[in-house]
Design a protein around this ligand. Sequence first.
Ligand code: HEM
Length: 142
Amino acid sequence: MTSEPTQPRPTRRQFTLEELNRFVPGLGTLMPEIGTRAWKLYYAAEAGNWRHAEFQAAEIQGLMNIGAMTRPLYEESLKSFTATHIAKLREAIANKDFEAFAVAFDEMIIAANEIHTSLGRDYIVWMLPDTPPPDLDFTPKS
Ligand code: HEM
């Protein structure tokens, strides 16, 4: 008895552009990461680790830029948020000024939650956790 030669299964699927579009991250994917990075940002600044704080602030800005690109509905809101709140925060980081940072951080979170409410998402209220993230050591390096 002879058996038909079997075709090897392709290891990767080919996607159309329309299919690939479904994998483009929207705010439902980006926002939880923004929240985690905001947590890290705060405690890095509190520890005086300004290089780490700047890193997290830049990542948040980058994630918001991606959201502005992938979701035109939120483009204006995200752009004006980064131009005001993230810019103010990064200025305080550049000046290594924790007092100014803490004010800018509070204002940013109030504004973020107001935006959530204005978008009909008043059930999304971000809060700074009481303790630093357990997976990072924020001791500043010289
Ligand atoms: C630092 C500022 C911000 C923080 C910390 C933050 C935090 C969050 C978090 C943690 C969630 C997701 C909750 C979850 O699914 O677990 C969320 C959702 C959301 N946020 Fe923000 N947010 C911020 C700024 C903004 C801004 C500026 C906008 C403006 C468009 C925005 C719009 C949204 C929307 C639309 C959702 C719902 C996403 C979805 O599930 O479809 N947020 N936010």
